[in-house]
Design a protein around this ligand. Structure first.
Ligand code: ATR
Length: 473
């Protein structure tokens, strides 16, 4: 701006915040910088101060003064109470109509609350999910901003400019009201969990049953990355498997402790899905598989459990690699179908005007789950925005049709060989449940009516029925 003020401010200059601030500056915006401890601000200016136009500030008052009005500030501090206190400080220093964007990994219910509190104080609040890690933050992340559409009109162009771009389209769009941006980011992370779990299962089967060593597997994943599975996660799987440990000369994957960590967004996704009553089995299995890997006493206790006969003839001919690829692809389709169902349910529950096709569009670049596959989802929702499930879209129906035989063979092989494949197996169970015309839920209803008089509905008449079960007499 002509008065020498900043277009945007960033407070919280740890790794993500610093990189986003640099991204803004590299795109020609003047950026006001603030961090609780000035040392981080100065470190950023020392190393990257020449990348664009920055304004150094030491206090929130100086920060507010450096910003052109209406003010626009991005918070990149730790999620939770730190975010609350920074929001409160900013709101006190800002004027009516100014905009605060929370770019942290906030829980969507916190964002809903904060948006309401800020609206009462006349401050416009945007909860923006930002995906892409350190590199994405600097080079162009995928950004999922939620809040009033009128606020998005002000900050949208700035955020879209710094986001990743695919085919000339920004990987940033207005998601919906209040917590919708952080909700969608959360489900994105849940889907990321399931993608990684499925990749892990494919690796495990190809190694244990298929007999392929990491170097050969790196090549398999590299080839897969040239087809339908083309994605960032498959690409880096190939690189992780190819990595040799300097200290031992072994494949690095064999030196890494097999206990997966988690920061909580997968767990949040599943908790929300439980509340919404949406079966996100693919994501849930992935979260539980990480928990299981870290359940050390149980793993210790189970170490000598018998496998039973695993020497059954395994169907691991030349086509096994292709079978596993298809099992992975089909299971991935199911995991995405479930995640999109969850978003659709939240849309109804919270009254958000979310367009599912837009999400696939902005996940095509910048973020961890970026994949060619997402173009197919964009097409599917373009063709029919009201899809009841991704599985009914013609492209996915034909992909599942193409994969189903391989998928069954791979799950059967895993069971025979005693290799856990909960992602593949539960996705196939979900698929089969969708196909089944009469589910055993009828019996469940009978049992519920028997012991609790919960009543049931009949196939041939309206209303609720209760039976005097003969066992009662
Ligand atoms: P990362 O994981 O990228 O390191 P983080 O832990 O999510 O980042 O957030 C760290 C940032 O939050 C830092 O900028 C930190 O400020 P300091 O450098 O002064 O420690 C900031 N932060 C954490 N708690 C804060 C609080 N209560 N008030 C203001 N800033 C806070």
């Amino acid at each position: 701006p002509a008065d020498g003020k900043a277009n945007i401010g960033v407070t919280g200059l740890a790794v993500m915040g610093s990189n986003i601030a640099r991204n803004f500056a590299r795109n020609g915006f003047t950026v006001a910088l603030h961090n609780r401890s000035v040392a981080k601000t100065d470190a950023l200016l020392d190393t990257h101060g020449d990348e664009g136009s920055f304004i150094r500030t030491e206090s929130i008052a100086e920060f507010a003064d450096a910003l052109a009005t209406p003010r626009c500030a991005l918070i990149m501090v730790q999620a939770g109470s730190a975010t609350d206190s920074v929001i409160d400080e900013l709101a006190s220093a800002f004027d009516e109509g100014d905009i605060i964007i929370d770019g942290g990994n906030a829980l969507y219910t916190d964002t809903i609350r904060r948006e309401k509190e800020m609206a009462e104080r006349g401050i416009r609040f945007i909860g923006a999910g930002i995906s892409g890690g350190e590199e994405g933050a600097l080079e162009g992340p995928s950004i999922m901003p939620g809040g009033p559409a009128s606020s998005y009109e002000v900050v949208g162009p700035i955020l879209e400019k710094i986001s990743a771009h695919v085919d000339g389209q920004p990987c940033c769009t207005h998601i919906g009201e209040d917590g919708s941006g952080h909700f969608v980011k959360m489900v994105h992370n849940g889907i990321e969990y399931s993608d990684m779990q499925l990749i892990g299962e494919a690796y495990h089967l190809l190694r244990e049953v298929g007999g392929l060593e990491p170097a050969a597997l790196a090549e398999v994943f590299r080839e897969w990355n040239e087809g339908d599975l083309d994605s960032y996660l498959i690409e880096i799987t190939s690189q992780v498997l190819a990595q040799v440990d300097e200290r031992t000369g072994s494949p690095l994957v064999d030196v890494i402790v097999d206990q997966a960590g988690q920061k909580g967004t997968g767990r949040w996704t599943v908790k929300s899905a439980l509340d919404l009553g949406v079966p996100v089995t693919g994501i849930a299995e992935a979260v539980f598989a990480r928990a299981l890997s870290s359940s050390l006493p149980q793993r210790e206790a189970g170490k000598s459990l018998p496998s039973g006969a695993t020497n059954v003839p395994l169907d691991t001919g030349d086509d096994f690699v292709e079978d596993v690829r298809k099992a992975l692809y089909a299971s991935k389709i199911i995991a995405y179908a479930q995640g999109f169902d969850q978003i659709n349910a939240a849309k109804d529950e919270y009254g958000w005007d979310i367009h599912r096709g837009d999400l696939a569009t902005i996940w095509r670049g910048g973020c961890i789950i970026r994949a060619k596959f997402l173009n197919r989802i964009v097409d599917a929702y373009e063709e029919n925005p009201e899809l009841r499930s991704l599985v009914e879209a013609p492209y996915f129906l034909s992909a599942l049709t193409d994969c189903i035989d391989s998928w069954r063979r791979v799950v059967a092989t895993a069971v025979h060989a005693g290799i856990p494949a909960p992602g593949f197996a539960s996705s196939l169970a979900y698929y089969d449940a969708l196909r089944t015309s009469r589910l055993p839920a009828a019996l469940t209803q009978g049992l519920r009516d028997y012991f609790g008089a919960h009543t049931y509905r009949r196939t041939d008449a309206e209303g609720a029925f209760h039976t005097l079960w003969s066992g009662d007499r």
